[in-house]
Design a protein around this ligand. Structure first.
Ligand code: SF4
Length: 365
């Protein structure tokens, strides 16, 4: 069987896609007007945010973020805690840390983001997708970034039957074919930024997991559609179930109502973020109180609260019980007033636990 290939001339595919994009594009705050160049910093921030959540969630968070850190330099100059705080609710804090570290690297190296895919990819924490997105959207480089949306579109357009993740090299080659063959003519006057946005937009609006082929500019040439297999593509290799870990968290109050918190280590999961103390995580549920109390901080009257918190990380799922008690020994943690919880960068997991304990951390004053 021949390797998958684009089902039509790339210039024709690009033209049809751009016509569709001009009629259907959403106005997004990081997006340039048609034919224009986006701000590289805005593209960087939005792409890092969009790696982990939806456009609807990102839109207000992006606006708040760039209001607080309007330039790469302002981001680099800000304390990490402020950046993590602004990131709350977006999850994957290591991306916020990486973004902050990247801003510092760029500032210390002269202050401007590189204008090439290779230059961008050489920066710490910038992968092939983000590099291609910034290069195309902000610098007009002829390249089509392949995220999950674009992978889905291309897998269907060229009917790629190889399952993901093995199909990624094929999909990147198809994206390069779409951007590269005949570059300079037929791309709508060099609208490479729009082409990248259009491919992403098609996956987000039309070629969704349940595709709406009737509104697709490529419906007449799409090979998956012709074969009636569009909804089954891209195929995915069977994934092993994520392991589950168990722990108990402790809501310890001092006489004045302050809560016992601790900061996680600077490396690893939720690095450097503030959390409630917990027992070590273990492979099975806790069977006896002794093991829970052995992992508890100094406290009196420790007792379990009804309910539990479930939280999914990329590579594991966690189930936590919550015990409450009274104490004044901080140990390796610290006591913090409840009315000032909003000042801390609290991961979603900690917020869920606080809510189970009847506490809603307020917003930053
Ligand atoms: S025709 Fe359907 S399956 Fe093919 S690219 Fe368009 S929306 Fe996707």
């Amino acid at each position: 069987m021949d390797p998958p290939a684009l089902p039509a001339d790339p210039a024709r595919l690009r033209r049809r896609l751009l016509l569709w994009y001009d009629a259907n594009r959403r106005d997004l705050p990081w997006r340039a007007p048609p034919g224009g160049r986006a701000d590289p910093y805005a593209v960087l921030v939005s792409e890092v945010m969009l790696q982990q959540t939806t456009v609807a969630t990102v839109r207000p968070r992006f606006l708040a973020f760039v209001r607080r850190f309007p330039t790469l330099e302002a981001l680099a100059d800000a304390p990490l805690d402020d950046v993590l705080h602004e990131w709350q609710g977006l999850g994957y804090y290591r991306r916020a840390r990486a973004l902050h570290g990247l801003a510092r690297t760029v500032r210390d190296g002269g202050g401007a983001l590189p204008a090439t895919v290779a230059g961008l990819e050489a920066l710490p924490g910038v992968g092939p997708y983000t590099a291609a997105a910034i290069a195309a959207m902000a610098f007009g480089v002829p390249t089509v970034p392949v995220d999950g949306n674009v992978a889905r579109v291309l897998a269907r357009l060229a009917r790629v039957e190889t399952p993901l993740p093995a199909a990624w090299p094929v999909l990147r080659r198809l994206a390069a074919d779409l951007a590269g063959a005949g570059a300079g003519e037929g791309a709508g006057d060099g609208r490479w930024g729009d082409l990248a946005q259009a491919a992403i937009e098609l996956g987000a609006l039309v070629c969704r997991p349940a595709p709406a082929c009737g509104g697709c500019p490529w419906r007449e040439v799409c090979e998956a559609r012709a074969a009636g297999v569009e909804a089954a593509l891209p195929r995915k290799a069977a994934r092993a179930a994520k392991p589950r870990r168990y722990a108990v968290a402790f809501l310890v109050r001092r006489d004045d109502g302050a809560l016992l918190l601790r900061r996680r280590p600077e490396t690893g999961l939720l690095a450097g973020l503030v959390e409630l103390p917990t027992t070590p995580w273990q492979e099975g549920p806790f069977r006896d109180e002794g093991a829970i109390l052995a992992g508890a901080p100094e406290a009196l009257d420790l007792r379990p609260l009804p309910g539990e918190v479930r939280h999914g990380f990329t590579h594991l799922d966690l189930t936590l019980g919550l015990w409450t008690g009274a104490g004044h020994e901080a140990g390796d943690g610290f006591f913090w007033r409840q009315d000032r919880l909003g000042e801390l960068a609290l991961p979603t997991l900690t917020r869920k636990l606080l809510r189970l304990g009847g506490i809603t951390p307020g917003a930053r004053p």
